[in-house]
Design a protein around this ligand. Structure first.
Ligand code: S3P
Length: 210
């Protein structure tokens, strides 16, 4: 590609990102999906590309509680964690625009789903069991998987949660490819959903002139 063309497509990409930001307004992009789907890793890079703040809900819960997610589960139980999760996410959603990565169970709460619908655009990073197990194998910080049968737990969670996750505004397959590839797929999907394709807009513009 000549330098002129490369610059042209870079300008198009920047224009498209600016349009996405504009179309979002104060809304957050909210990443949902199972443990290991890549919400934090993809979210961080997505925020970087969109030049928006990145917030990880689990980290915020940990800061608010002064304890890790595992400690909260162990000391107070899952339902206490879920209450905190709902409150913290409701608070975070008031502070958009931003990219917000949520813990895998967050979207299962009806209040949280409502709040996300009101203040954000939800993106489900949908991954198959092989990808999820490969990714969660890397860290031992997930209390739901501490019992040992990660595959069994994950399959059960997929059965319970995938029909609900399917309510998300956008679904992107999170495959075993570099995170940047998934980020590009999310940006493409956002552009389509928000009607921000620079090229399409130009073609339409030309049509109008005729
Ligand atoms: C959970 C997922 C975790 C964390 C907690 C419970 C879940 O977050 O919120 O361990 O219910 O799926 P990640 O999805 O970021 O691992």
């Amino acid at each position: 590609m000549s330098q002129g063309l490369a610059q042209h497509s870079k300008d198009d990409r920047q224009e498209r990102l600016a349009k996405i930001r504009e179309a979002l307004g104060p809304r957050s992009i909210v990443l949902i999906g199972l443990m290991g789907a890549g919400k934090t890793a993809v979210g961080r890079r997505l925020a970087n590309r969109l030049e928006m703040p990145f917030i990880d809900a689990d980290t915020e819960i940990e800061v608010a509680a002064g304890a890790t997610v595992s400690e909260i589960f162990a000391e107070y139980g899952e339902s206490y964690f879920r209450q905190g999760e709902r409150k913290v996410i409701a608070r975070l959603l008031e502070a958009g625009p931003q990219v917000l990565a949520t813990g895998g169970g967050a979207y299962m709460n009806a209040d949280t789903r409502e709040a996300i619908k009101a203040h954000g655009l939800s993106v489900w990073l949908k991954a198959d069991i092989k990808v999820l197990l490969k990714r969660v194998g890397r860290r031992g910080s997930r209390p739901l998987l501490a019992g040992g049968d990660a595959e069994g737990v994950m399959k059960k969670l997929m059965d319970e949660r995938y029909p609900i996750y399917a309510e998300a505004d956008i679904t992107v397959e999170s495959r075993d490819v570099p995170h940047e590839t998934i980020v590009s797929a999310v940006i493409d999907a956002l552009a389509i959903k928000l009607g921000c394709n620079a090229k399409a807009a130009k073609v339409q513009g030309r049509k109008k002139v005729k």
